[in-house]
Write a protein that binds this ligand. Structure first.
Ligand code: FMN
Length: 438
């Protein structure tokens, strides 16, 4: 069991739940107000001594979603650079796609954020699920799943070589000899692979963490393999501690396969939560959010998330095999197909069950019950903590920080102060932050 639980806060708009905006303060609804809401939530997360805040991303808009709830897709890299300024300790994890982007550009921007934040940058490596993104980048079609992961693997490899292109002691500051850096310690990467050809060294010296913390959010075999090679933390959707334990064991085995120690990676399943001072109050809050959901939205959104063609789905029938066969396949498609075949339920019924991350955990209850859940998942080796998905902002996160954190601290399950200054330090402790210059 890890020493204590690790938490990242998955921040979006005025909360994770699609009805959140219907309950939010009207002053928070304008897109410009989202910047303030996210800034304040990041400070709240820091007050609660969480490891990091995390921003998801998709480089393309599904216009139908904007009909239902706010779609304010800030570029996470610019956002975390701005959030670094108002905070001092909290880690800042930005999602960026390896399918739509290039390693030199991204490695440089992430290294810049690591400097700007004093060593708090993290990169959530994704291959992008949304097939429509292809058209935004001049591609005729979205590369298929395993091809995207092959590119991701090479992309991260090149990025890491770029972050290593300056030795930690390359800058010598020798004013007497008039030498700023020892150029022998700056090496062009000269990389030639299947997807990328990259010549030079990075434009800036090694960043405070040496490289940003690396997160991975795919749960397929290819996703786990990528995590095994590179990730410091893994985001995943797991419905219960038994399946979460099996998943975490697979990730840890993949990490060992790559010659790393199993404890070099943290697995943080998502939990979409509603907290109340009594269970009844929490249930009523959850019910109010659920009742406000447009009945069409749920199934359309699940189709979108699982790579299924909305136009081919009759929501009042079980999912047809021909729709599954034509899907942009991912672990989410597999989860939805499995549920459909095992239960025989209609697509609408399945969509109503999967309200958070498809197949992910939802919690509704009191702070004490939330702390019990955290303790149970940690004790049974199901997770190293959680990716918190506050259903409504700012209140869900404030309730967690003000009411759950103190209980966890009393039980010795949450830090009482930050003991390091970098994100990798928060995640893995000082021992595992090799590469960071003194
Ligand atoms: C907590 C969490 C956050 C995620 N955030 C993103 C994201 O921001 N962008 C994205 O394209 N995919 C995101 N994903 C999805 C995965 O990156 C991945 O695309 C998806 O699970 C399909 O890949 P797989 O078949 O390897 O699981 C997220 C998944 C989880 C569990």
């Amino acid at each position: 069991m890890p020493q204590h639980a690790h938490f990242t806060a998955f921040l979006t708009g005025v909360g994770y739940h699609e009805s959140a905006w219907l309950f939010a303060d009207p002053a928070d609804l304008d897109p410009i107000a989202h910047v303030r809401v996210l800034t304040e939530a990041t400070r709240t997360a820091e007050r609660g001594l969480l490891d990091a805040v995390f921003f998801a991303d998709s480089p393309g808009l599904e216009i139908f979603r904007a009909g239902y709830f706010p779609q304010v897709g800030f570029d996470p890299l610019e956002l975390v650079a701005a959030l670094a300024a108002g905070t001092t300790r909290i880690g800042l994890v930005a999602t960026a796609s390896t399918t739509y982007g290039t390693p030199y550009d991204l490695a440089r921007r992430l290294a810049t954020i690591d400097f700007v934040s004093g060593g708090r940058a993290g990169w959530n490596i994704v291959t992008t699920r949304y097939a429509g993104a292809a058209g935004n980048f001049g591609l005729a079609s979205h590369p298929e799943h395993d091809e995207r992961y092959a590119r991701a693997d090479e992309f991260v490899e090149v990025a890491r070589r770029l972050w290593d292109s300056w030795d930690a002691d390359a800058v010598v500051h020798d004013r007497t000899a008039r030498r700023w850096a020892d150029t022998a310690r700056i090496r062009p990467v000269d990389f030639h692979g299947r997807f990328f050809d990259v010549a030079g060294a990075l434009t800036l010296p090694r960043s405070p963490q040496g490289r940003p913390a690396l997160a991975q959010a795919g749960s397929s075999g290819a996703g786990i393999a990528l995590a095994g090679r590179h990730a410091d933390l893994v985001f995943t959707a797991q419905p219960d501690p038994v399946s979460a334990r099996a998943f975490r064991d697979r990730v840890r085995a993949a990490v060992r396969d790559h010659g790393r120690e199993a404890d070099d990676v943290l697995v943080l399943p998502g939990v979409a939560f509603v907290i109340g001072s009594t269970e009844a109050e929490a249930r009523a809050k959850r019910a109010a959010l659920e009742d406000a959901v447009d009945p069409e939205f749920r199934w359309r959104n699940l189709a979108h998330n699982a790579g299924l063609d909305q136009d081919r789905i009759d929501p009042d029938r079980p999912l047809g095999e021909e729709v599954i066969a034509a899907a942009e396949r991912s672990s989410r498609t597999d989860e939805v197909a499995r549920r459909s075949r095992e239960t025989g339920r209609t697509f609408r019924e399945i969509a109503d069950e999967l309200t958070g991350l498809p197949g992910g955990l939802e919690f509704t209850g009191t702070p004490e019950q939330f702390a019990d859940l955290v303790e149970h998942w940690l004790e049974t080796g199901a997770s190293d903590g959680f990716t918190l998905q506050p259903t409504t902002l700012p209140d869900s996160l404030e309730l967690f920080v003000d009411h759950v954190v103190p209980i966890l601290q009393r039980r010795g399950l949450h830090r009482t102060e930050y003991t390091t200054t970098t994100l990798r330090g928060h995640l893995l402790g000082e021992r595992r932050t090799a590469g960071v210059p003194a």
